[in-house]
Structure formats: C-alpha cells, structure tokens
Write a protein that binds this ligand. Structure first.
Ligand SMILES: *Cc1c(COP(=O)(O)O)cnc(C)c1O
Length: 388
C-alpha cells in the first residue's frame, strides 16, 4: 500500500555511531560478590544455535538440568527447575507462590538481602514481621524458636549465604523447628549453591532459590528454583491465584512437568549454559567442590591476616564463597577497588547497606575459587595498599 507520508532517510547520531564498532569486552578477573567469571566451556555451550523450546532434544535437556539441579541441592523435589531472570526473579518466585494476602511472613534479617525479602513479601500482601541480627552475625536456633513462638508465621524466610556480610547461616535443625510450628521454610541459597555444603532434604527446607552467576560460574540470566511437598500443598490450597503470572509455579509446572505445555519461550541458550555449569559441578563432585572452596577461602583469610587486614566475620560463620574484609583506617576503599580494576583488571566489591565504606567484599566462587587467583589478588592488594 502506497503511503502518503514523506519519510526522511534514517540517520545514525554521533553517540550511536560509536556503537557501530564491534563489541569489545575487557578481560577481568571477577572476585567480587558476583558475577564470577563464566567457565570457558560454559561460554562455548551457550554459543551454540538455539533450538525450539518444545523440540524433543530441548525437552531431554530440561530433564538433565532438573536432575543435575537436584544433585547440586541434594533434594528429590520433583518441582526443581530454573526460572528466567536473575536470582531476584527466583527469590520473587518463592514469595509470589507462597504468600497470600494476610499471611504472616517472618523474615530473619541479618543483611541486605534479608531486607529484599521483606520488601517482596510485603508486595504480595504478606503481614511481614522481622527479627534482626547485627550485620556480620548469624541467628541461633533458640532465637528463631522464640520468634516462631511470638509471630506464629505461615512462612519463615532466611538467607543461607548473606552476600552483604559474608555470613553463613547454620540451617541444621531449622526445618524440623518450622514443621513443629506448621510453618514453611524458604532459604536463599544464591551465594551458597555450588560452593557451600547444602542438604536441602536433610535440612527439611520447603523452598529454595539460587542464581547462575555466582557459585555455578555461568553468566547471569537463569535461576534455580525448587518446591517441596509442603510448598506444593500450600500452592494447591491457595484461596487466591498467584499474583505474578510469569512466575506462577502451578502454570510453570505444566511446562517443566510431564505435560510440556507452552508457558513462555524458555531462554534456550541460558539453559545450555546452566546445563554445562551443572555438568562441571557433577564431574568435580560436591564434596570435592566444597573442600576446594573452603581451602581457597582459608588461603585468602590467612593471606589477608598476613597483610595486617581483618575479616569482618568470626571464622566459624565465614562463607567460603564471600569474604568481607575491614577497610583499614585512613584508606579510601573506592580508590583501592578502582585501582584494582583499572590497572590490574581485578574486580572486588565494596560494602553494601550498613557496611558501605567499611568493608571490601571478595568473592571466590565456582571456577574462580583457585589458589592462583587468591595469590594474584593478595600480591596486587599488597602493592596497591602500599601506594595508598
Ligand atoms: C546476588 C544475590 C541475590 C540476588 O540475585 P541477582 O542475581 O542479583 O538478582 C539474592 N540473594 C543473595 C543472597 C544474593 O547474594
């Protein structure tokens, strides 16, 4: 059909002219709170052509990802699959599915990501209650029991690996306690999956979520999510539909379960990447992988001490995947991070929330947890601190 409108020739403005040169990405060693560097074989897996998300070959691949995820988390949960998006999407999936308006949701807050859980639970109409611990400490079982007695929540949410503080929250006994109070237990394993021992079924965790770009050494964009039997019962007995269509597990399970009914176009290449990352994890073996993370973290802690630096968290509760180091008096933390990045291509993180300006955050996650990386960082940090 002929148009009567006169159309001018499209032009490219000055700013977008610069983006006509092929993409060049600097080579960085990512030792911050995430993302970690993707393993080269993961990048290779991702670089293959997409296939249809209902192709039998793809459906087979989905089964493999589910099996590998169950191994990584040590769970038998049938509903174990990745959702599109980053860790926050999987976090939101747990709350969107479990929280109905008026439900009492107790969040044990001991850092930045506890606050994010509070924010999200409130958006789904939860009657949110909180208990708090100083940033750098973990809750003990007696404190959690007292809070369950006081608040009688339908859901308790807690972060296993608090990336803002470097604290590992012990979870032994918490699942049994939640059952005693007929409460569902949601655990954030975003910075623990693939680096810190997790036994989801032994610990009687009802729902968990994670991400791809931290302990699994895969790029960000796809995030593991799992529901146990008690969570599924709650889902089936909801009075109201899940308020988030995209993350509604009762719809998603028709695609990830036996029906394979179309729900959304799966992020096919991210699924390739995640499958390869999980295959590498299974090839190494969980025990060996956990030990490697622990050993390299101890190498880092000893090295930092030798430089006269102090870790923020007591050794007993330190995460092997993320270490918070106190910034010495008189040192500008941002200047140090900037020099590390611009002159040495090493990324580390700064403090978040209450710890802003007080600590650096050093991640040793997945493939990046390696003695050579620890030594390279320690040597560089010593040089940079000597100049400041
Ligand atoms: C990184 C992180 C998240 C959020 O994940 P994104 O991938 O950034 O969306 C949630 N919880 C914890 C503990 C994290 O470290």
């Amino acid at each position: 059909m002929a148009s009567t409108l006169s159309v001018s020739t499209p032009t490219v403005n000055q700013a977008s002219r610069r983006s006509l040169t092929p993409l060049q990405v600097p080579q960085r060693l990512l030792l911050g709170p995430g993302p970690s560097n993707a393993d080269p074989t993961v990048v290779a897996a991702m670089n293959q052509q997409p296939i249809g998300h209902l192709d039998p070959a793809y459906l087979g691949l989905m089964n493999e990802v589910q099996d590998l995820l169950r191994y990584a988390w040590q769970t038998q949960n049938p509903l174990t699959y990745p959702v599109p998006g980053t860790g926050s999407a999987a976090m939101e999936a747990t709350l969107a599915n479990m929280v109905e308006p008026g439900d009492v949701v107790l969040v044990a807050v001991k850092g930045y990501f506890g606050h994010r859980l509070v924010d999200m639970a409130g958006r789904y109409g939860g009657d949110v209650r909180t208990i708090h611990k100083a940033w750098g400490q973990a809750f003990d079982l007696a404190e959690l029991r007292a809070a369950l007695e006081t608040h009688r929540p339908q859901v308790l949410a807690i972060v296993h690996a608090e990336t803002s503080t470097g604290v590992r929250q012990p979870l032994e006994g918490l699942g049994a306690l939640c059952r005693e109070f007929d409460c569902l237990l949601i655990v954030d394993t975003v910075t623990s999956l693939g680096g810190v021992p997790i036994f989801l079924d032994d610990w009687q965790v009802d729902l968990a979520y994670s991400c791809s770009q931290k302990g699994l050494s895969c790029p960000p964009g796809i995030s593991p999510f799992t529901l146990g039997e008690r969570a599924i019962a709650k889902l089936q007995n909801r009075r109201t539909p899940v308020a988030n269509w995209y993350l509604d597990a009762s719809l998603l399970q028709k695609y990830w379960g036996s029906d394979r009914t179309y729900h959304h176009t799966a992020p096919v290449n991210m699924t390739y990447a995640l499958r390869e990352a999980l295959r590498l994890l299974a090839e190494e073996g969980l025990e060996a992988r956990w030990q490697r993370h622990q050993q390299n973290a101890e190498r880092l802690w000893d090295g930092l001490e030798a430089l006269g630096l102090n870790c923020h968290v007591d050794r007993e509760f330190r995460l092997p995947t993320l270490t918070t180091v106190r910034v010495p008096a008189g040192v500008d933390p941002k200047a140090v991070s900037r020099t590390l990045l611009n002159e040495y291509d090493i990324e580390i993180g700064g403090g978040l929330g209450e710890l802003a300006g007080q600590v650096w955050r050093i991640g040793l996650m997945g493939a990046n947890s390696h003695p050579e990386n620890v030594d390279r960082l320690l040597e560089t940090l010593a040089q940079v601190l000597a100049q400041k």
